[in-house]
Design a binder for this molecule. Sequence first.
Ligand code: E4P
Length: 218
Amino acid sequence: MKFFIDSVDIQAIKKFTLSGMVDGVTTNPSIIAKSGKDFKEVIREICEIVPGPVSAEVTATEAKLMVEEGLILSKIAKNVTIKVPLTWDGLEACKTLSDKNIMVNVTLCFSAQQALLAAKAGATFISPFIGRLDDLGEDGMDLIKDIRAIYDNYPSLKTEILAASIRSADHVRRAAVIGADISTLPPSVLDELAQHQLTDKGLKAFLDDWEKTGQKIL
Ligand code: E4P
């Protein structure tokens, strides 16, 4: 499974890059607004650190304008992926941009049939939002299961499933078991993936015993 970082936190992106965990980055207008950073500048900065796909979302709602925005954003760096919402205008923009060999991430996907449309429109990535479905009392992971099954039924569909709106390590585990291609994670959830109390307990015991030997490796 590939990991994308769902953030514009440069320090976190650099930190997790050191352990080889960052295959790409996703952003959205809310993340940009919260960061207070300049959109195009921060996308450029991230693209210099991460060679994989970096999603930048359009804010126009008409297909023609989405394409215009997408073409501007795609000039920032060759790994910029244009994020469009799952509306008919977004699907039309997806088709136009993907026909120009520009990577497209179709976002705000909440049903398997929407995911089917995105794949037919040539999306590079489909972003089903797990956490936001969980928030409504549904099991968001059922959507990942359905999309996986549908895409596997039609091998000509090449769209990758980018599990989004991930809120916990368990979401990542379940998405990986189902076979989502990618999880996009807030840095806090990526950090959580390495945590286990038995690891901490075991390490403490090993270090306490080592101390007793009086030996040193360095
Ligand atoms: C994905 O591309 C989105 O930016 C993100 O995963 C949304 O997550 P949220 O529902 O926690 O805002």
